[in-house]
Design a protein around this ligand. Structure first.
Ligand code: ADP
Ligand code: MG
Length: 232
């Protein structure tokens, strides 16, 4: 469970997140929408302690994120907007192994996790390929595998479709559907709901750093166009 209570985050004098209280249970698929600049990235970067609140709090399984960063980062996996920035090793397998290695797991357990994570994104058998040689969609899937290898309860993806063509987007959507079906919670950040509205249990839309909509997709549909969110 991820929970924020009256979370405020300021850059200078401007509040990018302005009093957000949300609870995201394990296994829930949340679409986090809202126009550019509405505070989506700032909000989710609190979920594993990449940013600290100026006011309010953020809890993962009841513990403030800042009190146990390792626990938060184990339970909440993060995939960034531009996966290119997130790769730490030249080869696919080594990159995916990086997180589990930092957890101090046995070699055997690391190998098991890397294989399972790559299989989950349809990249089995490709450990020795160079990340640089992959297509954009494949790179995105390796980034997802890297987060999955931590076996998180929640996977947070910040604008994962940016720069992907339609087939690559569909492929990533398929991986997300599989994750949802296997019980991993997903927080999918996007300003464009075309790809993923059908997967969501819940749509949360931000406007000016505040929650403007929090509803099941069928209800949220009516309110979203006013916020500048693109619908399918
Ligand atoms: P979104 O992800 O919804 O596009 P962001 O969380 O990136 O929104 O940004 C929210 C607001 O905070 C915007 O007005 C943005 O310009 C501002 N902002 C984001 N990051 C920074 C930063 N590092 N320094 C100053 N202002 C920032
Ligand atoms: Mg953003």
């Amino acid at each position: 469970m991820i929970a924020t209570r009256n979370l405020v985050h300021r850059y200078g004098d401007a509040a990018a997140v302005d009093g957000v209280s949300l609870s995201i249970p394990d296994g829930e698929f949340v679409l986090l929408a809202g126009p550019n600049g509405s505070g989506k990235s700032t909000l989710v970067r609190h979920f594993n302690g990449l940013l600290d609140p100026d006011r309010g709090e953020v809890l993962v399984d009841g513990t403030p994120v800042g009190d146990d960063l390792v626990a938060a980062r184990t339970r909440v996996g993060m995939v960034f907007q531009n996966p290119r920035d997130g790769f730490v090793a030249p080869l696919v397998g080594a990159d995916v192994a990086f997180g589990p290695e930092n957890l101090g797991l046995s070699r055997e357990e690391i190998e098991r996790r890397v294989d399972a994570a790559l299989a989950a994104v349809n990249m089995a058998g490709r450990r020795d390929e160079r990340v640089d040689d992959l297509s954009g969609g494949e790179r995105e899937r390796v980034a997802i595998a890297g987060a999955l290898a931590m076996e998180p309860d929640h996977l947070v993806l910040d604008e994962p479709f940016t720069g992907l063509d339609a087939p690559a987007r569909e492929s990533v959507v398929e991986q997300l559907r599989g994750l949802r079906d296997s019980g991993t919670g997903v927080v999918l950040v996007t300003h464009d709901l075309r790809d993923a509205l059908a997967l969501a249990d819940r749509v949360v839309a931000l406007a000016d750093g505040q929650v403007a909509v929090d509803a099941p997709p069928a209800e949220a549909r009516d309110e979203l166009p006013e916020l500048g969110v693109r619908l399918p």
